[in-house]
Design a protein around this ligand. Sequence first.
Ligand SMILES: Nc1ncnc2c1ncn2[C@@H]1O[C@H](COP(=O)(O)OP(=O)(O)O)[C@@H](O)[C@H]1O
Ligand code: SF4
Ligand SMILES: [Mg+2]
Length: 320
Amino acid sequence: MVLAIQAKNLKIGYMDEEEQITWATRGVDLSVEEGESFCIVGESGCGKSTLASAIAGVLPPHALTMGKLYIFNQLVINESERNYNGIRGKVVSLIPQNPGTSLNPFLTIGDHFYYILRDVKGLSKSDSIKIAQEYLSKVGLGKDVLEKYPHKLSGGMQQRVLIAIALASEVKIIVADEPTSSIDANLRAQILNLLSKLVKEFKVTLLLVTHDLASASKICDRIAVMYAGKVIETGLTSSIISKPRHPYTRMLLDSVPLLGSKKSLNPLPGEPPSLVEDFTWCSFRDRCPFRIEQCSVEPPLIPVEDEPHLVRCWRFREVS
Ligand SMILES: Nc1ncnc2c1ncn2[C@@H]1O[C@H](COP(=O)(O)OP(=O)(O)O)[C@@H](O)[C@H]1O
Ligand code: SF4
Ligand SMILES: [Mg+2]
């Protein structure tokens, strides 16, 4: 078994002008195997994009890091040191939320392919255009797109172009951060299905970030649910969906229309804790109907018997 991604107690923070640090991830432990499709799920603000940016090597320079992150056994984050040489754009590529922001408005799509394939694989212009045509057809686009500027394409077409560029670069990991949230609802499932089909065809590892458990459940082999900067439950998709153990995962499942069955929106009241101050209690305690004295200590990720399923809740046996 080859690990594509391994995070060990990864903490990532941002310091503001008053020198207060928001710890967007407070100690993430995560392993993703080569060729897996793995989803990170959670509400807005729980640290998904920060984790995705760290894996893709695009954290802003002012981000503070602690812990370790390995990409195919190469240590890219070693406490405060970061080194993505040979990794960023070559081994791992990011498909962002808004494709418009990562395509250069002054370059045609053909030139995007050329500059990237020249840098990553040393290809000539004519060779890069041949490869571009091949991969554009994989994502259902014709060669006419090569002459166009990004603003002439719809959001869905731009996202297809980015998928084609990532695949043409022959990266081993694609990190897709809410790749369909800026796209028309009708096209969302199409793009996700396409991405899912192509990563399997090309044996690429997919890390998909989404707040939508329904999409995650259709595409991913495994899921990690994040809450307040930590993974609070992780396991096989089937196990998370059919037998969620953490009260927060159950709340997420209860509040989304899943696999055709429309359930009513039923969120538990309350907010996640502030990520500026350090805390030692279970991060879900203030919203949790099952809290007891013991919950004033944050639980570790506890193995659920006989399953590759971990849950950060003292009472998962009683409440699930
Ligand atoms: N570039 C940044 N600079 C400062 N704070 C940030 C930055 N990116 C994210 N944050 C903060 O980190 C926390 C987690 O954000 P983010 O990783 O974007 O979560 P998510 O993707 O789950 O919504 C939030 O409090 C957010 O305000
Ligand atoms: S540890 Fe306690 S407060 Fe946290 S989710 Fe479990 S029961 Fe609720
Ligand atoms: Mg985000």
